[in-house]
Design a protein around this ligand. Structure first.
Ligand SMILES: Nc1ncnc2c1ncn2[C@@H]1O[C@H](COP(=O)(O)OP(=O)(O)O)[C@@H](O)[C@H]1O
Ligand SMILES: [Mg+2]
Length: 212
């Protein structure tokens, strides 16, 4: 008999409105179809403390949340999340589906807020070491397309209030990250209709199921 496939950690990335939350449901249905035990989680957040940190990150208050504070808070939450949720799940042979992970910090704080990527990577190395997702799926769409989809959202959070140039830098940073690690990243054309996006995701999951 062939060896059982080890549980995989899959993160979903992309700018606001590309369809991450929508497609988490679809990815979960695929894992169910493949009879995989799995958990779904998200960042910022994923534990009580990390969700409290999320609240600080998204709120719009008078006090400016400085770029370095933002990065440190993201990593504080991530350390809780990885150690209390993600690693235990993987050790328990549960797959992990995560709405955003470390690449979001590189893209948003590095690309969007133009903080030095080398410093974020240094912090990442201290906090997470080599730990990273097995696969990272980027839902990619032109910024105008993605932002049009979230126009109906009320009470925009700190990130959703940013402008087109901010999201363009993020999109470009995501694509640059994918170019650097082609084995980990898969890019989905998320400008297409939901059915076409599902087909791309199904084909990626089919490929992942063939690995060890
Ligand atoms: N491929 C698509 N085509 C058209 N609308 C979409 C598509 N994917 C998602 N949407 C819609 O766009 C909006 C934003 O999707 P959402 O999943 O909340 O994005 P995200 O979590 O990436 O910010 C939702 O109203 C969703 O129904
Ligand atoms: Mg979402």
């Amino acid at each position: 008999m062939s060896k059982a496939q080890a549980a995989k950690f899959i993160s979903l990335e992309g700018i606001e409105g590309v369809g991450k939350s929508t497609n988490m449901d679809y990815l979960a249905s695929l894992l169910t179809k493949y009879k995989k035990d799995f958990i779904r989680t998200r960042e910022p957040g994923g534990t009580h403390i990390a969700e409290a940190i999320r609240h600080i990150l998204l709120q719009t208050k008078d006090e400016v949340l400085l770029p370095k504070t933002e990065i440190l808070l993201l990593y504080a939450g991530r350390y809780q999340h990885v150690n209390h949720v993600i690693k235990p799940a993987l050790e328990n042979n549960q797959w992990v589906l995560c709405d955003r992970f470390l690449d979001a910090t590189l893209a948003y704080q590095g690309g969007g807020r133009q903080q030095p990527l080398a410093s974020i990577l240094q912090l990442n190395d201290w906090v997470l070491g080599d730990f990273k997702p097995n696969y990272t799926i980027i839902l990619d769409a032109p910024v105008e397309v993605a932002l049009t989809r979230i126009q109906k959202r009320k009470n925009l959070d700190r990130f959703e209030k940013e402008d087109i140039s901010f999201f363009t830098r993020i999109r470009n940073q995501y694509l640059a990250l994918a170019e650097r690690e082609p084995d980990r990243f898969r890019i989905v054309d998320a400008s297409q209709n939901l059915h076409a996006v599902h087909e791309q995701l199904a084909s990626i999951m089919h490929e992942i199921m063939q690995t060890e």
